[in-house]
Design a protein around this ligand. Structure first.
Ligand code: NAD
Ligand code: TYD
Length: 377
């Protein structure tokens, strides 16, 4: 079946993997990558598919309602997969306005344009989809009532060897929203608007909330690519607080396979949590990265441990994220494909093999921003 799909934020980390999968897997679809190309957007992420006949890039701000409404009509858009967002918590602490503008007003602008266009058609919402990609951070933070870790109630392929849970509780689809950072507050607000467009106007919406992603093409302000690059360059590794905070990590291509499945087979108005039951304390994860980079570079074991530098904690730093994705696994048969230690090794190799990609990003403007960000820490 032919479909005309807009993927917003397709030049970013997760978005570029979504665009690549859809362009390669569905040659009959017309895929439009809509992206403003902020500091986080990089068309070099899509070099391998940029000449495909079913792919087109459009530079646009999601807050530009008129331009997006026109695009909906010109391209007869019937599906939207919405990833464009400001995505970094540290930046949201410094500049919350930009997060409210893009994440809240930008999402609302897309919803309203889609509503006006789809309601003008004879078949209205039939065969349409507005799929909003969100984060588990909207649920707030879980307590760490088992700081040494306990046997977890669930496991998946993604779960690391000796996998542990650091608390009794998990984020479920029914968990009450309780965002703490300006980033998660803005994402929570956008999730509510998406659901409101279903509940009020009958728009066929779906929301998914995923845990922390890692893999190729992630902007090196986020923990994993930043630290791989710093280890390679023998630069300090700024660990916030005591490094005890827990994140639940999923390989980006496993997230993207879930997005494909849910876009095509997910139930309208439903929410699905996406995660691989793979909790890690930051400091333990950092040690795995150090071990992996040292091994690949031929350094003696422990060589880069001296780079660990404890710095002032992030304001309002959420203690623990851990997602329960049982619903997605049971209802749609999704499961992760990659075990965590394999995923980390694959990721480290990718960044070390693609140094040009990394050097391009970390030179110039970003370098200045990074220095400013860490001044005084
Ligand atoms: P990213 O920062 O790597 O990419 C964001 C993309 O959005 C960039 O290409 C940027 O240019 C574009 N963008 C930003 N503002 C825009 C605007 N006003 N108009 C048009 N384009 C704009 O982010 P990511 O890590 O790939 O995350 C993508 C989505 O997935 C976000 O909605 C994020 O909240 C969500 N998410 C991310 C993670 C994660 O671990 N990275 C986990 C769960 C959910
Ligand atoms: P990050 O990759 O920014 O993702 P998020 O804040 O969305 O979870 O950070 C992951 C964890 O690593 C988080 O607990 C903060 C911590 N962290 C550091 O300790 N040092 C750093 O330099 C960065 C960027 C993050």
């Amino acid at each position: 079946m032919k479909r005309n799909i807009v993927i917003t934020g397709g030049a970013g980390f997760i978005g570029s993997h979504v665009v690549r999968l859809f362009v390669n897997k569905y040659p009959e679809y017309n895929i439009i990558n809509l992206d403003k190309l902020t500091y986080a957007g990089n068309l070099a992420n899509l070099k391998d598919i940029e000449d495909k006949p079913n792919y087109r890039f459009v530079k646009m701000d999601i807050c530009d309602f008129e331009a997006f409404y026109q695009l909906m009509q010109d391209e007869k858009i019937d599906g939207i997969i919405h990833l464009a967002a400001e995505s970094h918590v540290d930046r949201s602490i410094k500049d919350p306005f930009t997060f409210a503008r893009t994440n809240v007003m930008g999402t609302l602008s897309l919803l309203q344009a889609a509503k006006l266009y789809w309601e003008s058609l004879p078949e209205k919402y039939e065969g349409k989809r507005f799929y909003h990609i969100s984060t588990d951070e909207v649920y707030g933070a879980l307590t760490m009532n088992h700081p040494e870790g306990i046997e977890p109630p669930f496991k998946t392929v993604a779960s690391s060897e000796g996998h542990k849970a650091y608390g009794d509780d998990f984020f479920y689809e029914t968990t009450k929203y309780n965002p703490h950072s300006p980033y998660s507050a803005a994402k929570a607000s956008s999730d509510h608007f998406v659901r409101a467009y279903h509940d009020t106007y009958g728009m066929p919406t779906i929301v998914t909330n995923c845990s922390n992603n890692y893999g190729p093409y992630q902007f090196p302000e986020k923990l994993i690519p930043l630290f791989i690059n710093n280890i390679r360059n023998r630069k300090p590794l700024p660990v916030y607080g005591k490094g005890e905070n827990v994140r639940d990590w999923l390989y980006v291509e496993d997230h993207v396979r879930a997005i494909d499945l849910i876009f095509h087979e997910g139930k309208i108005a439903e929410t699905y949590n996406i995660g691989g039951f793979n909790e890690w304390k930051n400091i333990d994860l950092i040690k795995v990265m150090i071990k992996t980079v040292d091994k690949i570079l031929g350094n003696p074991e422990g060589h880069s441990l001296d780079l660990i530098t404890y710095v002032t904690d992030r304001l309002g730093h959420d203690a623990r994220y851990a997602i329960d994705s049982t619903k997605l696994q049971k209802e749609l048969g999704w499961e992760p494909s990659l075990q965590f230690e394999e995923g980390i090794e694959k990721t480290v190799r990718w960044y070390l093999d693609n140094q040009e990609w990394m050097d391009h990003i970390t030179s110039g403007e970003y370098e200045k921003y990074y220095e400013e960000m860490y001044k005084g820490r």
